[in-house]
Design a protein around this ligand. Structure first.
Ligand SMILES: NC(=O)c1ccc[n+]([C@@H]2O[C@H](COP(=O)([O-])OP(=O)(O)OC[C@H]3O[C@@H](n4cnc5c(N)ncnc54)[C@H](OP(=O)(O)O)[C@@H]3O)[C@@H](O)[C@H]2O)c1
Length: 261
């Protein structure tokens, strides 16, 4: 059966890989992002794989743009079966040079951008008593990672929001899936120092795992397990003094290696 699917942030990375993979199953896929040319490349790949693409160019931090985009989806398809809220940014924001502007931009994209879409899609899904909403959070949302305060806290906010919605929407037969990936190769992680990343997955593999979890309507899915185990289970439950000790040792080593902080 062909689904009507939204993927925000499908002009690159995980979003594009998910779109291309889902296209092989002949779904209708609405894709969003600010870069029109890159989005059109994703759309070409969707059509080549046998899916149907709807290109929606614009900024997810602008609520009017999201309302307009959802209006186009309603006009074309009447609504959605799946909404995958994937658009996100990661800005370096070390505590010693803390920037409220970077914090604001991160929350506007990673949290409010998702919230605008939630406000748009939930009423029709509740009315239809059908739908799946998936949010791409991160293993970084389980703890306040050093030098990533804005990113970590934005992903925590998204996870907690989705958790609350999952319970609220269950009686309306709308499923909410929270996805917490570890490191996946993409434009976002291409900016990182490779020494800061472990158990890095190709975007194709990451996209497959995410889609499988959405199909199974998993409440909370984190991967890969060698990184998920410490990030989601061990670190959050350590006494804070032990966490600080470990995190500071890692930070110190990075500084010794000549990294700016
Ligand atoms: N890669 C990882 O290791 C990793 C790990 C955990 C979670 N994640 C999460 O996975 C999601 C996808 O990231 P990625 O790794 O695939 O990075 P990416 O290649 O940089 O993709 C980010 C996508 O988000 C879109 N986006 C960003 N700001 C936007 C805005 N204001 N309006 C509309 N679209 C916007 C980008 O499109 P435009 O630039 O065209 O607007 C792009 O399509 C993010 O939420 C990220 O936090 C990634």
């Amino acid at each position: 059966m062909a689904f009507r699917i939204l993927i925000t942030g499908a002009s690159s990375g995980i979003g594009r890989e998910m779109a291309v993979r889902l296209a092989k199953e002949k779904h209708k896929i609405a894709i969003t992002g600010r870069r029109e040319e890159a989005l059109r490349e994703t759309a070409d790949q969707i059509e080549k794989e046998g899916g149907k693409a709807l290109v929606l160019v614009g900024d997810t931090t602008d609520p009017q743009t999201v309302i307009r985009h959802y209006g186009e989806i309603q006009n074309q398809w009447g609504g959605l079966d799946w909404a995958i809220l994937n658009a996100g940014i990661s800005l370096r924001n070390p505590g010693t040079q803390f920037s409220a502007a970077a914090y604001k931009k991160t929350f506007e994209t990673n949290v409010l951008g998702a919230a605008y879409w939630l406000e748009a899609v939930i009423p029709d899904m509740v009315k239809a008593k059908n739908g799946t909403i998936a949010g791409i959070a991160s293993l970084a949302g389980f703890v306040g990672l050093p030098r990533s305060g804005a990113y970590s806290s934005s992903k925590s906010a998204l996870m907690v929001l989705l958790e609350s919605l999952r319970v609220d929407l269950a009686a309306s037969n709308v499923s909410v899936v929270t996805i917490c990936p570890g490191f996946i190769k993409s434009e976002m992680t291409d900016k990182n120092d490779p020494r800061d990343m472990v158990f890095v997955l190709d975007a194709e593999i990451g996209a497959k795992k995410i889609i499988d979890a959405i199909k199974k309507k998993k409440r909370l899915f984190y991967f890969p397990w060698p990184l998920a185990l410490p990030m989601a289970w061990v670190l959050p439950n350590l006494p804070r003094g032990v966490y600080d000790f470990i995190a500071r040792r890692i930070l110190k080593r990075r500084l010794k290696d000549g990294k700016k902080c």
